[in-house]
Design a binder for this molecule. Structure first.
Ligand code: C2E
Ligand code: MG
Ligand code: MG
Length: 751
């Protein structure tokens, strides 16, 4: 983790610097204390040696004084002069005890002993230190360190006894032993060892034997007479001790400081790094698309400023993202999710759970839109969204796909549940909507496709649901399932296409003609050719069953030429018979997009000598919308021939009147669903009425489809509709029956 290492780095740099500085200080202190120790050692040695020498001198003087006092003693001199041995010895002993001298001797000027306190000396023995005697004779007195015969060392002085001429010498000495060395050591503060020059065997020593001059002991040699020397030693450690202590304390303080510093810098680094960590965690969250969590409030320092900027960035990204998501995923009109969002939501369905896609379409929306204006249309869509929105179950979704097409996604729903839901949705939509004081009754259709039975991906399911919706609309059943719309298994469909080809060749297709009544004149002015399939086994198959399939498979391209040919031939027959009747034929999308359509129609008309205005071609809105530019071009071509053009099933699809205005269209066929019960539904009435008015304003003839009752017929006549078609006037019939029917009809209406 980089932040952790940053924290460590900060701490390491701080502590490292401190350790470096402290190390330098320590090294410096160590070096100077070493120097001081060396100097101090030398100084202490010098002072000690000086004191040592002074002590020796002092001892010597003490001995000399004592000896002089003794030599001046009259009784003592008398005793010597008289050779009174015992008196001499007792005086010597007393005197010696008083001054703590261990050696007390008297010797004659001839070098022979007179008396001694020491055992082992007899009168007449030679004086043990003739060199001292010689020196004293030369200088008047002498002193020095001498070893007795027993090996013990003494500091000895020799002073003359004068009466008044020199009559004898008195020698006095202090025992130079370990105790003596100890006392000397106590005064000088140094280790005192008396050795013979060149040897290390101590004759007297204040402590352990003198070490060879080494690192831990400093020493100075003080030469004594008689080939002796005093080695004065100072243990360096003793000088070093206070410095060592000082350094130890310093080291302790440094260690404590480093620890405190380390702790402090770790804490400081933590304080610096924590907000950075927070920031990088927030950055990671933002990278993952989570903009919701705000950052902790910023402090006033630089990191605080960074946090504040970051926070501002987060809110701005969140706002922008929200706007983008809205643009990309939300339908601006209804605030519902759009198609893209819907497809995405489908992708999140739990596999194995099942589900349903329901496509809901408002009946005749385009018509309402055209008749009452886009503003009303938009408000209607919002109202529909408002009615459907509360129905969305948890985990489900409602989206507006386009126009008046809404879709529900129901997770985990099976066929029954989806159907129940569809009924609920339709029931909810039946609540009337009031817009601008106008009450609008909405009706709708629902197409259902089930996952995974009807498809595995959203696009397929939506297509299947839309096909089902078309079926629902055709059947006026409100709800239909994908399985109802071309739900046959593929092999059956394949057999159907083979069947159609065979049927065409075998003449199983026929055309039935349904009359179109001009309401003004009461005359039948036209007939619509409708395809009929008399299947040898299945019986009569309605066009709704096979035409969508023929369109899907492209087989319609073989059917339409036959339809056109048959219809035009029939028109020629009626024309020749003097009947003034226009024949309508239906075209599919593929037909309209066929580049040879115009030429083929022209050839047909020419060949059969039928005037172009005797042929009308009915085109559905969806056919126009597939490729509007190409459709437009082909319509222009057909119009140029003089052929009439009609918009079929107007109001079911999305085409607007404004769009139709720019097309060379003559006729508008209002879909059956508007006409049904027109006399009972004021809303339908209002829509049809305004559509008629608008169409007339655009110069279009209005045809009402599916007119079944006289009341509807009357209503249409009253409201200026031009032409009516429907079972109420006449059912589709074979061509052969038409003439008889026309006669009968004319009789009926005139009667
Ligand atoms: P369409 O072109 O809108 O034809 C009118 C349909 O309404 C016909 O159904 C007709 O029988 C039916 N109809 C007429 N008056 C009434 C009425 O008063 N009440 C009721 N309930 N229905 C009425 P049909 O013949 O089943 O045709 C259905 C559709 O099939 C046609 O609708 C048309 O889109 C298509 N179609 C029929 N023949 C052809 C054809 O030769 N070529 C193409 N491409 N499509 C065709
Ligand atoms: Mg038609
Ligand atoms: Mg129609």
């Amino acid at each position: 983790m980089p932040s952790k290492s940053l924290r460590h780095r900060i701490a390491i740099v701080f502590v490292g610097l401190l350790v470096l500085v402290m190390g330098l200080v320590l090294a410096l202190v160590h070096r100077s204390s070493e120097r001081i120790v060396a100097r101090e050692t030398q100084r202490e040695l010098a002072v000690g040696a000086n004191v040592f020498q002074r002590l020796l001198e002092q001892n010597q003087r003490q001995l000399e004084t004592a000896a002089a006092v003794l030599a001046a003693d009259f009784a003592f001199r008398e005793a010597i002069a008289t050779q009174d041995q015992s008196t001499v010895r007792s005086v010597l002993r007393n005197h010696g005890q008083r001054i703590h001298a261990q050696v007390m001797m008297v010797t004659g000027t001839d070098g022979r002993m007179i008396a001694a306190t020491q055992s082992g000396f007899a009168a007449g023995d030679p004086f043990p230190f003739p060199d001292l005697l010689a020196a004293a004779e030369a200088q008047g007195r002498s002193a020095g360190f001498r070893q007795m015969r027993n090996g013990q060392l003494y500091q000895v002085v020799l002073v003359p006894i004068m009466a008044p001429a020199r009559i004898a010498w008195v020698a006095m000495g202090f025992h130079v032993d370990d105790r003596w060395a100890h006392v000397m050591a106590g005064v000088t503060g140094l280790g005192v060892h008396i050795v013979r020059a060149g040897s290390r065997d101590a004759l007297a020593s204040s402590g352990p034997a003198p070490a060879a001059d080494g690192a831990d002991v400093a020493a100075v040699d003080v030469p004594l007479d008689g080939g002796l020397q005093a080695v004065l030693q100072l243990p360096v450690a003793q000088v070093q001790a206070p410095f060592g202590q000082l350094q130890g304390r310093l080291l302790g303080m440094i260690v404590a400081a480093v620890l405190v510093f380390a702790l402090g810098s770790v804490m400081l680094a933590g304080r610096i790094v924590r907000p950075l960590n927070d920031l990088s965690a927030a950055a990671r969250r933002i990278a993952l698309g989570d903009y919701a969590r705000p950052l902790p409030p910023a402090q006033g320092d630089e990191i605080g400023q960074l946090t504040a900027s970051f926070e501002q960035m987060r809110t701005e990204i969140a706002n922008r993202e929200e706007r983008i998501v809205r643009l990309a995923y939300v339908d601006a009109l209804t605030d519902l999710p759009n198609r893209t969002r819907f497809l995405e939501a489908f992708g999140r369905l739990t596999p194995g759970m099942g589900g349903a896609v329901l496509v809901v379409n408002v009946d005749r929306f385009a018509l309402i839109n055209n008749a009452l204006g886009h503003v009303v249309g938009d408000r209607l869509l919002r109202a529909v969204a408002g009615q459907l929105r509360p129905l969305v179950p948890a985990g489900g979704m409602l989206a507006r796909l386009w126009g008046d097409q809404f879709a529900f996604l129901l997770e985990g729903a099976d066929g029954d549940a989806a159907r129940r839901f569809a009924d609920t949705a339709l029931a909810a939509l039946r609540d009337p909507v009031t817009l601008d004081g106008q009450r609008l009754d909405i009706e709708a259709g629902v197409g259902i496709a089930l996952y995974p039975d009807d498809g595995l991906d959203a696009a397929t399911l939506l297509r299947r649901a839309e096909l089902a919706l078309a079926v629902a609309k055709r059947r006026h059943s409100g709800v239909a399932c994908a399985s109802d719309a071309g739900g046959e298994p593929a092999h059956e469909q394949l057999s159907l296409i083979g069947d159609m080809r065979r049927a065409l060749a075998a003449g199983e297709f026929t055309l039935a003609y349904q009359p179109k009544l001009a309401l003004g004149s009461g005359r039948i002015v036209a007939v619509e050719a409708l395809l009929r399939w008399q299947h040898p086994e299945r019986g009569s198959i309605a066009p709704a069953r096979f035409i969508p399939f023929a369109e899907q498979t492209g087989f319609i391209r073989e059917i339409t030429p036959w339809v056109l040919e048959t219809a035009v031939r029939q028109a020629a027959v009626w024309h020749a018979a003097g009947l003034d009747i226009t024949v309508s034929a239906n075209l599919s999308t593929l037909d309209l997009l066929d580049p040879h359509l115009g030429r083929r129609v022209r050839d047909l008309l020419e060949r059969n000598k039928v005037p172009a205005r005797r042929l009308c071609l009915e085109i559905t809105e969806s056919a126009l919308m597939d490729d509007p530019a190409l459709a437009h071009a082909h319509l222009d071509e057909l119009a140029a021939l003089g052929v009439k053009l009609s918009i079929d099933d107007y109001g079911v699809g999305q085409a607007s009147l404004a769009y139709l205005k720019i097309l060379p269209v003559d006729e508008l066929k209002l879909d059956r669903s508007f006409i049904t019960a027109i006399t009972e539904s004021p809303r339908n009435a209002a829509i049809v009425e305004s559509t008629i008015m608008l169409s007339h304003a655009l110069g279009l003839t209005v045809v009402a489809e599916g007119v079944e009752t006289p009341a509807e017929l009357d209503w249409l006549r009253e409201h200026g509709c031009d032409i009516a078609q429907g079972y109420g006037i006449g059912r589709p019939m074979p061509a052969a029956q038409l003439q008889a029917w026309l006669t009968e009809f004319a009789a009926g209406t005139t009667a």
